[in-house]
Design a protein. Structure first.
Length: 622
């Protein structure tokens, strides 16, 4: 969005009514819309009776005119209404603007499930309607195919949103759109409800009962991660069986709600997060789908971003209650209109694993992946896959050393001061996320302030008295950041000691380590034989057998492993893929004979290693 517009709106009062009046008045004025009858819109129009609002309106109109010219589209108004939602509210309610091209594609997809002659009577719901963008797209397309009044269509639309301002803005947008196109009546009748869809009972709506559910549920479920879900909604998640694995994100129950809201011949059309078919927290949803054999048609956008300002990886899903299978394809959002039926691969639910995740691939790829996973033993059973330590305030505990002497490090802290720290309280630590080879280990090893002690083999925080007495400089340093440390976990967590790390994990991982990052665009596995080396921002395979790590390093750096990751792991932008435990634990580690192990150990050329392992795994990946 243009910076002139955003700058003006950021400075404008946050009062919802005033913002609504500004946007509506500007839209009506610039587009020369005459509003004679509609009470809702007339009551929102700014007049010169309010000098402050009137002057602000003139300034805003001038900006809009400079940016858009003599006409502002309804789409721009939708974007403006989405923009003025505060970042804090977006984080909690998951509101995000859905691009018009996506909405149009889903709209056509759901409507063409029915004869055109029926479109005027279809009961259509958006159970997280936001500002009503999907309703605008539905109106556009339906009216392009049949002759029907706006007021008649609106009686067939049903919307729910958790925010009253979203319901109000949906009414505003739909009213304005009708008026702009010649249908100016005193009041449109809307079926729009402020409610939490996790608890809303549609059976209280007579039309819903009479129709045995909706013909269509359409929309963009809220994008809220499990840790950001409001307490009021968290309590409701257990009402939905699809949330009963892992920590469910908020979009997941919206699948079950939508499916249970459609009638036997209905259809769901969603743009939503694409990790449900592989993630742990999507397992219960996968089971729900496979047990019911619901027909799922999925267009996966992979790592391509659809939503501005959101690092969210998405897909389009069409679901009916017909007992069929999954049809899957990958596409770019820009290529949606070029997708053909022959681009989809069809997969039977019986051929997919709900527990491990669905492998939605072409037959040859699927065959290769099954061969890899059935070879030898799973990686997760061969090695401990460890996460690193988590201080939750690395800029305090990981030292920025500017000099040292025999007994002390001198660290430049985030407050700009240099502090003296006893060397004896520090440990070596490294960040796998920035490592590419063994030659970098020395230069990239850091010093970690480690206020812990070993008590009968267990690593525990020091007592505050011992810490203060034995390491007075380190204690004084952390004391300066006590308030900062108290903000970890939003101040809601009680630690054993105020200076303890945010989590107690990975404080005493002893052994050789094969270090690797959270995500990568190539197989990066770096071996360290430093037994007491700690690590953070990454993972490690840990073993007391150095040679076993040297062998597995060759396997994991091979194209066999990377082929597996490219076709089973979560994709990110720029060809990066997740290397989290859940995505690598099922990789099959081939059990080598003594002769094969010696041969592989001696190989150093990557192409020779790849060819040898490809033959051992008996797969075709060229």
């Amino acid at each position: 969005m243009n910076t002139q517009i955003t700058s003006f709106l950021k400075k404008y009062p946050v009062d919802i009514l005033k913002v609504n009046r500004l946007l509506v008045s500007a839209y009506v004025s610039i587009n020369n819309i005459v509003v004679e009858h509609n009470t809702l819109i007339r009551n929102l129009l700014i007049t010169d009776e309010s000098i402050e609002e009137f002057n602000a309106l003139n300034k805003f109109q001038n900006i809009l005119f400079d940016v858009y010219g003599e006409e502002v589209s309804i789409e721009k108004l939708i974007e403006l209404f989405e923009f003025v939602i505060s970042p804090a509210e977006k984080e909690v309610n998951g509101a995000v603007y859905t691009p018009i091209g996506i909405r149009q594609y889903i709209t056509k997809g759901v409507l063409h499930n029915f004869e055109v002659a029926r479109w005027s009577e279809l009961q259509i719901a958006d159970i997280s309607c936001g500002c009503g963008g999907f309703f605008i797209s539905l109106v556009d397309y339906i009216r392009s195919q049949i002759n029907i009044e706006y007021s008649e269509l609106y009686r067939n639309f049903f919307g729910v949103d958790i925010e009253q301002y979203s319901i109000d803005r949906t009414k505003i947008l739909l009213s304005l759109y009708a008026i702009q196109n010649g249908e100016d009546i005193q009041e449109f009748n809307f079926n729009l409800y402020r409610a939490n869809s996790l608890a809303f009972d549609w059976n209280t709506i007579g039309v819903f009962r009479q129709n045995n559910g909706f013909d269509i549920v359409i929309g963009n479920p809220p994008y809220v991660g499990s840790s950001k879900i409001a307490d009021s909604s968290k309590k409701l998640l257990d009402n939905w069986i699809v949330t009963r694995s892992g920590k469910a994100d908020l979009y997941i129950p919206f699948f079950q709600i939508a499916i249970e809201c459609i009638n036997p011949n209905g259809i769901v059309g969603y743009i939503t997060v694409n990790n449900f078919y592989r993630s742990l927290n999507g397992r219960a949803f996968r089971t729900y789908m496979s047990e019911n054999r619901y027909d799922l048609k999925m267009i996966d956008f992979g790592a391509e971003q659809v939503f501005k300002g959101r690092s969210t990886y998405t897909c389009i899903c069409f679901i009916t209650r017909n007992q069929r299978s999954i049809k899957y394809t990958k596409s770019s959002p820009k290529e949606l209109d070029n997708i053909k039926e022959t681009d989809y691969i069809e997969l039977a639910y019986d051929d997919l694993s709900d527990s491990k995740g669905w492998l939605l691939q072409k037959p040859l790829i699927g065959s290769n992946i099954k061969k890899i996973e059935s070879t030898g033993l799973p990686l997760g059973k061969c090695f401990d896959i460890k996460n690193g330590f988590a201080t939750l305030k690395n800029d305090v505990f990981v030292l920025n050393i500017v000099r040292e002497d025999q007994s002390y490090y001198y660290t430049l802290a985030s407050d700009g001061n240099i502090y003296q720290i006893e060397k004896e309280i520090c440990r070596d630590a490294i960040k796998p996320n920035i490592l590419k080879s063994e030659t970098e280990i020395v230069d990239k090893t850091e010093k970690l302030l480690f206020p812990y002690t070993n008590i009968n083999g267990k690593i525990c925080p020091m007592t505050e008295k011992d810490f203060h007495t034995d390491y007075p400089f380190a204690y004084k340093y952390l004391l300066n950041f006590k308030d900062v440390l108290s903000t970890r976990d939003k101040g809601k967590r009680k630690y054993e000691q105020w200076f303890a790390f945010g989590r107690s994990q990975a404080l005493n991982i002893v052994g050789a380590k094969l270090l690797f990052p959270y995500i990568a665009n190539e197989p990066l596995f770096v071996l360290s034989n430093q037994q007491d080396l700690l690590f953070y921002n990454g993972y490690a395979l840990v073993s007391n057998n150095l040679k076993s790590l040297e062998i597995i390093q060759k396997i994991l750096k091979s194209k066999v492993f990377w082929y597996y990751i490219q076709h089973t792991s979560k994709p990110y932008g720029s060809d990066y893929f997740a290397l989290a435990k859940n995505y690598i634990k099922d990789f099959g580690v081939i059990q080598l004979t003594a002769e094969q192990e010696i041969h592989l150990y001696k190989l150093n050329n990557s192409n020779e290693i790849d060819d040898y392992l490809t033959s051992l795994y008996d797969i075709d990946i060229n």
